[in-house]
Design a protein around this ligand. Sequence first.
Ligand code: MRU
Length: 362
Amino acid sequence: MRVQGIPYRTVWAEGDSVKMINQTLLPHRFEIVELSNHRQTAEAIRTMIVRGAGAIGAAAGYAMAQVANEAPETSFREYIEAGARTIQETRPTAQNLFYAVNSVVEAIFGAATTADARKAAKEMAGIIADADAAECQAIGEQGAALIKDGARILTHCNAGWLAFVDWGSALAPIYAAVRGGKSVFVYADETRPRCQGAMLTAWELQGEGIPHAIIADNAAGFYLRRKEIDLVIVGSDRIAANGDVANKIGTYEKAVVAKENGIPFYVAAPATTIDTACPDGDSIPIEERDENEVLTITGLNSSGVVERVRISHPAARAYNPAFDVTPARYVTGIITGSGTYAPGRLADAISSPFFAGTLQRS
Ligand code: MRU
């Protein structure tokens, strides 16, 4: 996608470095970060400089290629295994991260020499990133068919191009529909505590010239009940084998209220988000994040400086689960690059041509 006319991916490799858009500064500043070793790249995933399932998957793949590059001949295997652990420990929920690390590790250990292993790691990381962009573009084409001209669409968090290498999952159908000449209106949930909807989704939609409004998280039910929303499209960080879906905290409520009001609720995700080894939503690891994300809020002050302010009394404590699980019965369909499937038909999605490497989990 383009930023001020220049095409960007969210994350890419340049020489031995990994480069990425610093998402913690958006929408106020657009900056590229350069990370010269795997520890820095892992830290960027942990601190959410890069975030979103596909983007952290691609970043993890590139970080694993950095591990292979750095690994000394004398302790090659140990260094690879330790590096893989460091990357896998950054964030627990998004399946794409584990898929990417495992795929690159498999490519490394499948090579005959350390030189071949380094080359294979770099190639596999590139393939994973390219496949992510390609499947998201295909999700756009598949999902656009579900969007009627004039549709009013609710989305939650940011599952746009910033959350992937390019295009996005939930927003890709919207981009494709608009490029195909349809008009749409998007309701973007603000998505407390980190406000990815208000800060990232709204910025993306603005960049594409798509009419939208940010709504408070607790306003979605109001619009769903009044039938002012025609369909809901969200992303996912991990989809269990039974079709239960983990996504940003607050998704479950939207799904229940959508069903109550007879409004279709779609989940858009590449096949790499499906975890065949995870039987159901209760088995998906849910990240618990720092309470300060709830106790504070970040924004631009009147002097043009980005500031974090506290919104509660000094002794207040907070709970901060980052994701929730929406049971499959609330999901109308899962939009992948190879088609839109009922949650019970995930086996069709995982025969997708978009898989680059292994299917196994951490
Ligand atoms: O915590 P984040 O920002 O990495 O969470 C990921 C998300 O943005 C959402 O859960 C999204 O809807 C699915 S990931 C494309």
